[in-house]
Design a protein around this ligand. Structure first.
Ligand code: ATP
Length: 306
């Protein structure tokens, strides 16, 4: 019976994304539990992206009418800029990325891309223009080359290798005995979370969407891996409208603007330096994260000394 409540358009989306390995199983169950069917408006037109400015105008949203999740959210991601959303768990960060994909419609207010209301565009064209680097990437049981090429099946070997290089994963791949022909996935080489995320970044570089949403992995990464992923993300988000759902503050330092979301409201906004100067929620999150990192560092030194 549950299957009957899955909107048809979502099945199409899930199927395509699963084929591309771009959503994880938890997300899929999230999607499957969606009951409201979102259909294209009769006069829906293709989304025309010219720069890709995303605007939220006083957006209210609730999954269930009893519990408001977003309570009047307004912000803009100007064409080519990077905006990061941070905030406590449950604040509504991932909900914002789901609304941009129009898995749900807003309760009131509006979301537009280059002035086009998402409720008036064809969903298929919307999703084709947005690249998503998810928290956890599903890989095919195939070669690394195949997995990277999936971003654009017509890409040649040179383009695949160039994308891997830009995503900071080529060195690792070339160190493997079979290089790009190494089999990965369940029956092949298991990649770490950080390696998988860089494969997803390489795929996205080949897809070259004008709009990018990065849902950062929550898992802790070592400093070196974190640095490599950060520089890969810098490459992929360059000159592209980018929204980062951030779980680690280290990745948002360079964003053009940081939005601090708390219980469905933006409570602070500004650059990293501006927010530190405000000495509010962001500054206290930053101080807490620094303490945690320093404690980990001390623990590592003690362990190494043993
Ligand atoms: P985290 O940092 O932990 O990932 P978040 O800020 O991304 O948190 P969201 O995933 O946007 O938070 O969730 C916001 C709230 O909405 C949470 O309280 C969550 O329980 C609720 N929620 C999320 N998805 C659904 C759903 N499909 N149905 C009902 N409530 C939901």
């Amino acid at each position: 019976l549950m299957q009957l409540s899955i909107p048809l358009n979502m099945i199409g989306y899930i199927y395509r994304e699963l084929r591309q390995g771009l959503i994880d199983i938890a997300d899929m169950f999230d999607l499957l539990s969606v009951e409201a069917e979102i259909v294209d408006a009769p006069a829906a037109a293709p989304l025309v992206v010219d720069g890709g400015t995303i605007r939220f105008e006083d957006v209210h949203f609730a999954y269930d009418p009893e519990r408001q999740i977003l309570k009047g959210v307004s912000f803009e991601v100007p064409s080519g800029h990077t905006v990061a959303i941070v905030g406590p768990s449950g604040a509504g960060k991932s909900t914002i990325s789901r609304l941009i994909f129009r898995f749900y419609d807003v309760t009131s207010g509006a979301i537009t891309i280059d002035g086009q209301d998402l409720r008036e565009v064809q969903q298929e064209t919307l999703r084709a223009r947005i690249g998503m680097v998810p928290q956890d990437t599903v890989l095919f049981n195939d070669t690394i080359r195949y997995n990277v090429r999936y971003g654009r099946p017509s890409a040649n070997d040179g383009e695949v290798e160039e994308a891997a290089r830009m995503a900071q994963i080529a060195g690792f791949i070339e160190s493997l005995p079979h290089g790009f022909d190494t089999e990965v996935g369940e029956r092949g080489l298991k990649l770490s979370g950080g390696e998988k995320q860089r494969v997803a970044i390489a795929r996205t570089l080949l897809k070259a969407p004008p709009i990018l949403i990065l849902d950062e992995a929550t898992s802790a990464l070592d400093t070196q891996t974190e640095r490599e992923i950060q520089s890969a993300l810098d490459v992929v988000s360059k000159n592209r409208t980018t929204l980062v759902i951030a779980h680690r503050l280290s990745t948002v330092v360079g964003a053009d603007q940081i939005l601090v979301l708390e219980a469905g409201r933006i409570v602070e906004r500004g650059t990293h330096a501006e927010l530190l100067a405000k000495d509010g929620l962001y500054a206290s999150m930053w101080a807490r994260q620094r303490e945690a990192t320093e404690a980990e560092e001390r623990l590592r030194q003690v362990q190494e000394a043993d």
